[in-house]
Design a protein around this ligand. Structure first.
Ligand code: GTP
Ligand code: MN
Ligand code: MN
Ligand code: MN
Ligand code: MN
Length: 226
């Protein structure tokens, strides 16, 4: 296993570790961009409240619920879509010693869906972001921090509600003529935690792009970030 990687069982045996579970949802599609460029697969990520890209999911306390129950709950909170995640969907678990929150283990899951179903997810997530939000955070009236810093000023949280997810986005898997458009520019954005490497790994692992396509895209992305 790659460095930092551990099995689901090893991860759960870690004393004092915190756990976060996220999932890659994808589907095959015949659709074409501009009726010309095959999209090949619909791969979903989300724009987080902090402006970073990441996968849907979140923190899970295994003493309260299983990793998969927790991930299913987060999907309901963030997407407004009910999906029962199982152990079979588990892809990898990774210890993140260098992250600011020490001892965070990130568990990565994936689920291949039908195109029709993934469009339902997109629809649900869009209405969640605009009006029927299930997940609201509250702003601290003293420090203006969101409610996950609730412990600092427990009594001062109030409205207005603020959505933690700005919306779902599709990952462009193609490269447009000239080399930089599409996957290269997507990869040049900023990602939360190790979600960028989770994405890169999954794209090749599930045959969504070839290793060569990824390598070329990464080279272009690197140049764009300079
Ligand atoms: P709260 O309910 O506000 O606590 O958020 P949440 O439970 O939805 O947690 P979040 O999705 O922000 O994930 C928790 C932590 O996991 C983050 O602070 C990041 O460090 C990390 N994280 C978030 N998204 C991803 C992701 O897509 N991949 C990986 N590997 N880590 C992530
Ligand atoms: Mn969440
Ligand atoms: Mn989350
Ligand atoms: Mn949460
Ligand atoms: Mn939350």
């Amino acid at each position: 296993m790659a460095s930092g990687q551990l099995s689901r069982e090893e991860a759960l045996a870690c004393v004092g570790c915190r756990h976060a579970c996220h999932i890659l949802l994808y589907a095959d599609t015949e659709a074409q961009l501009f009726e010309e460029i095959p999209i090949r697969h619909i791969v979903l990520m989300q724009m987080r409240f902090d402006g970073l890209l990441g996968f849907p999911g979140g923190l899970v306390d295994p003493s309260e619920e299983s990793l998969e129950e927790g991930l299913s709950r987060e999907l309901w909170e963030e997407l407004g879509f009910s999906l029962s995640v199982t152990v079979e969907d588990h892809v990898s678990s990774c210890h993140n010693p260098s992250s600011s929150s020490s001892h965070l283990i990130t568990h990565f899951y994936s689920r291949r869906m039908e195109e029709k179903e993934i469009r339902e997810v997109e629809k649900a997530a869009a209405s969640t972001a605009t009006d029927h939000g299930h997940e609201v955070a509250f702003v601290c009236t003293v420090c203006l921090h969101l409610s996950f810093w609730h412990s600092l000023h427990p009594a001062t949280f109030s409205t207005p509600p603020l959505f933690q997810v700005m919306g779902m986005v599709r990952v462009p898997l193609y490269t447009l003529k000239g080399g930089g458009g599409g996957l290269p520019s997507f990869l040049s954005h900023s990602f939360i935690g190790n979600s960028r490497s989770q994405l890169e790994d999954a794209l090749v692992r599930f045959g969504l792009v070839t290793p060569e396509e990824l390598q070329t895209a990464l080279t272009h992305a690197e140049q764009m970030r300079k």
